[in-house]
Design a protein around this ligand. Structure first.
Ligand code: AMP
Ligand code: ZN
Length: 476
């Protein structure tokens, strides 16, 4: 079986070939080099952003599950139009301002059980490499200066538009853009380096003082970390144009070699049919949801369970459905722990777990189709429950099922995470916690206290924090 993933550049589902050389033995492959556009740290990330970051986490976990090694970088965009505007608004230095939101971002990743990448560069630490790109592009005659800013002359780069499938007839030769973000219909020369403006931070370079455009930052960090062509570049679909198109143009023009083998773009998280975004105001941060009593585990399940190339409509009902799915898993774990039979049918169990893993891999190898993979996994749960009900499972068999759950959880990260060590009651407790929050909001304090007392009698302690209500079991 081979892992195939849709490549935005070729517009086909291509085999993943790390290092670009086909080999017979997967174990011989070099690490898969991955770069993911990270957050622009000007505010709290919303859960639309976390859909994309969750995908990155799933990708790296699945690659490891399939025997690949992974070398992954995710940057922090700590200088761009939005971070500069925010720091000026809040009267902080750019560094103070972006550090604040970077720390919050890493906390949120940990809350969602998203692994940290091997490299976490900040854009402002790669200014030297950006200057190097400017120098190389300049030496090829593709760069020009206008009022202290430097622009990329897209008419001089033959491959411009290959990622986003631009119709070159729309290209307005000689017209320029200073903003980092603009629409496909407005394709123009873009700013590589921006002239200093009042109040804006700036860096001295042989080209004069200024600060980077957003696109050159990723090109520079990728070169600095990986040195040459990388295997995979990821981001949300909104980054295909202009960000990734411009990254390709700068990097390929500067270094004269292929920039990225495999481009992977994640579809949007929607709210009522529209992209969740800060500018539209239709967003939830992770902390908004936690303060309503939803658990990070359910949010992880929800964000993870849809295929990355399908839009995902976000609803609170969707989180409740995630709770129910998790409850099915938790219930089976409790039943497994209750198995007392010494004799069972280990051969049948062995075939069942091996079959589940093989079918899971077959499903997910097909363009990372996790929803098909989860269907296989839930069929397995049904089959195990049937065996338990028929009293056909031994304690050794139950152990085998637990081992396979741990293996699959290395990809999913929600079976054992945040359920208080397989607390079978987490779904019910989460629901009570939510009911208590609603009761408090409705000033029904009697019911709120009743719920707290009820849970306390069960050994569950509630902690009201500024980020919401958490619960934990009292250690005996
Ligand atoms: P930003 O912090 O705006 O640079 O975005 C960080 C990442 O989140 C990028 O990869 C975006 O493409 C992605 N993103 C932004 N909005 C959404 C959304 N509604 N659904 C999924 N991904 C998104
Ligand atoms: Zn980027």
């Amino acid at each position: 079986m081979t892992l195939k993933i849709y490549n935005t550049l070729t517009r086909s589902v291509d085999e993943l070939v790390p290092g670009g050389i086909k080999k017979e033995q997967i174990s011989d492959y070099p690490p898969v080099t991955i770069y993911s556009c990270g957050p622009t740290v000007y505010s709290y990330a919303h859960i639309g952003n976390f859909r994309t970051f969750m995908f990155n986490d799933f990708l790296r976990r699945y690659l490891r599950f399939r025997g690949f090694r992974v070398d992954h970088a995710m940057n922090i965009t700590d200088v761009d139009d939005k971070t500069i505007a925010g720091s000026i608004r809040e009267g902080m230095t750019l560094r103070e301002y972006t550090e604040k939101y970077t720390a919050i971002f890493y906390e949120d990743l940990a809350t969602l059980n998203i692994e940290k990448a091997e490299h976490n560069p900040r854009a402002t630490e790669s200014i030297d490499e950006m200057v190097n790109i400017l120098r190389l592009i300049d030496s090829r005659g593709i760069l020009y200066e206008k009022e202290g800013s430097l622009y990329f002359n897209i008419a001089k780069f033959a491959g411009y538009g290959k990622l986003s499938n631009l119709d070159s007839s729309g290209i307005k030769a000689g017209a320029r853009y200073d903003a980092d973000e603009y629409e496909k219909e407005d394709v123009r020369d873009f700013a590589l380096w921006k002239a200093p403006r009042d109040n804006e931070p700036c860096w001295d370079t042989p080209y004069g003082p200024g600060r980077p455009g957003w696109h050159i930052e990723c090109s520079a960090m990728i070169r600095k970390i990986f040195g040459s062509t990388i295997d995979i570049h990821t981001g949300g679909v909104d980054l295909i144009f202009p960000h990734h198109e411009n990254e390709i143009a700068q990097s390929e023009a500067a270094y004269g070699e292929r920039f990225v083998r495999h481009w992977i773009h994640v579809e949007h998280l929607l709210v009522d049919g529209a992209k969740m975004s800060k500018s539209a105001g239709n967003f939830y941060t992770l902390r908004d949801l936690l303060s309503k009593g939803y658990s990070p585990r359910s949010i992880r399940y929800l964000l993870m369970s849809a295929h990355y190339r399908k839009q995902l409509n976000f609803t609170l009902e969707g989180i409740r459905q995630a709770d129910q799915a998790l409850e099915r898993i938790d219930n089976m774990i409790v039943r497994l722990k209750d198995v007392r039979n010494e004799s069972g049918n280990s051969t049948e169990l062995h075939d069942l777990t091996a079959g589940m893993k093989a079918r899971f891999v077959e499903a997910v190898d097909n363009d990372l189709n996790i929803s098909a993979g989860l269907a296989v996994f839930f069929d397995f749960i049904t089959a195990v429950n049937t065996l338990i009900s028929a009293d056909k499972l031994s304690t050794a068999d139950a152990g085998m099922v637990m081992d396979s759950l741990r293996e699959i959880d290395s990809v999913l990260g929600f079976i054992f995470y945040g359920n208080d060590e397989n607390d079978a009651d987490s779904g019910r407790i989460d629901a009570l916690v939510r009911e208590r929050i609603e009761a408090k909001n409705n000033r029904n304090f009697a019911r709120a206290d009743e719920i707290r007392d009820l849970l306390r009698d069960e050994g569950v302690i509630l902690e009201d924090t500024k980020d919401g209500t958490r619960w934990k079991r009292k250690k005996s």
